[in-house]
Design a binder for this molecule. Structure first.
Ligand SMILES: NC(=O)C1=CN([C@@H]2O[C@H](COP(=O)(O)OP(=O)(O)OC[C@H]3O[C@@H](n4cnc5c(N)ncnc54)[C@H](OP(=O)(O)O)[C@@H]3O)[C@@H](O)[C@H]2O)C=CC1
Ligand SMILES: CC(C)(CO)C(=O)C(=O)O
Length: 308
């Protein structure tokens, strides 16, 4: 599979970062974009990073109407926001029908149900990623902090060997981890992001700003609620991992801006339903908690933001 073509569907912060790192390492990468992004990428794509900067002079782009006439792809990195999942899944259908495996990188887990139903579970890997990236202009993405990590794995029989996917993804720009239980990894990331995005999205400030305002307890309490829901679904959270998450979301001076907070700050639509709504919907106990309060706050934000 190492020579196979990669389609990156959704060239925002995440898609641009992973696609650019793979292209810089010599992989055959094509970005599936909408017309405005295609025009923006005509002059290149930059990843601004202290550790893994990339300049792609001519990123290869296509739009959905071209996909049917493309040679086959081996792997699709799916990196849209949750509210664009249905439309993006429709767009990639010709490539999946031609044999590609789909690796979704969204936060949360509901994407697996959506993609399994549409394409069949043997076409869909599990995946998640840890990195902080934000688009700073139409063709620049800023990468902050530590080395990016992409975790992926099969959840059952899949149409292509996962070892080959690992070889295709392995490159200097980020760490790759093939997880024996990728769904457990996705739940662990979900618990963390529900707390980090929920606490910062609620107050509209970074983790450090939240802590300065004596709000560290908010992140810690959201983390505990999210972990209890995960445990109720058969994904008990490892105490060491939970402590590390708690430290990250209560760290004084932290400049961490989760993507949901970045969306709130930019007036963009958030993934509140996917990250918080889907989590509380899976809780057995109907008694609302702090997660529900944050969800309500973000629903009001989404419903009343100027461009909604
Ligand atoms: N940013 C981060 O640091 C992290 C984000 N995540 C998760 O990754 C996912 C993606 O987030 P992020 O990259 O920040 O989001 P962005 O909003 O930066 O990017 C989403 C991209 O999807 C594109 N898109 C939407 N619909 C389509 C379509 N039909 N065809 C082609 N492209 C489409 C958008 O297109 P257009 O360019 O036209 O607007 C946009 O470029 C989210 O689930 C997020 O929670 C996970 C870890 C870290
Ligand atoms: C918190 C972070 C950066 C960790 O990867 C993330 O997942 C997000 O911003 O959505």
């Amino acid at each position: 599979m190492s020579g196979e073509r990669i389609l990156v569907a959704g060239a925002g912060a995440i898609g641009s970062f992973f696609g650019a790192q793979l292209a810089a390492a010599g992989r055959d990468v094509t970005f599936l974009v909408r017309p405005a992004r295609r025009a923006a990428f005509a002059c290149g794509l930059s990843i601004a990073s202290a550790s893994v900067p990339v300049e792609l002079a001519q990123p290869r782009t296509i739009t959905a109407t071209d996909l049917g006439s493309e040679p086959p792809f081996g792997l699709i990195l799916l990196a849209c926001k949750a509210f664009d999942l249905d439309a993006t899944a429709s767009d990639i259908e010709p490539a999946v029908e031609a044999g590609a495996l789909v690796l979704p990188l969204l936060n949360g887990v509901r994407q697996l149900d959506v993609l399994d139903e549409r394409f069949g579970a043997d076409a869909v890997l599990g995946g998640s990623c840890f990195l902080s990236v934000h688009r700073t202009d139409e063709a620049t993405v800023r990468h902050d902090g530590q080395k990016a990590r992409l975790t992926f794995g099969a959840r059952g029989p899949v149409r292509r060997p996962v070892e080959a996917v690992e070889a295709l993804l392995t490159c200097p720009g980020f760490a790759v981890h093939r997880a024996p239980d990728v769904v457990a990894e996705m739940w662990a990331k979900w618990v963390f992001i529900a707390a980090a995005a929920g606490a910062t999205g609620l107050v509209g400030g970074t983790v450090g700003e939240l802590v300065d305002a004596d709000g560290a307890w908010i992140g810690a309490r959201l983390l505990a609620e999210a972990a209890a829901i995960a445990a109720g679904h058969g994904y008990p959270q490892d105490e060491t991992a939970l402590s590390s998450s708690r430290r990250t979301i209560t760290e004084p001076g932290s400049t961490l801006v989760p993507s949901l907070l970045a969306d709130v700050r930019s007036g963009n639509r958030t993934e509140a339903e996917h990250i918080l709504g889907d989590l509380v919907a899976r809780r057995g106990d109907p008694t609302p908690g702090l997660l529900d309060a944050v969800l309500v706050r973000l629903r009001v934000y989404d419903a009343t933001r100027p461009s909604s």
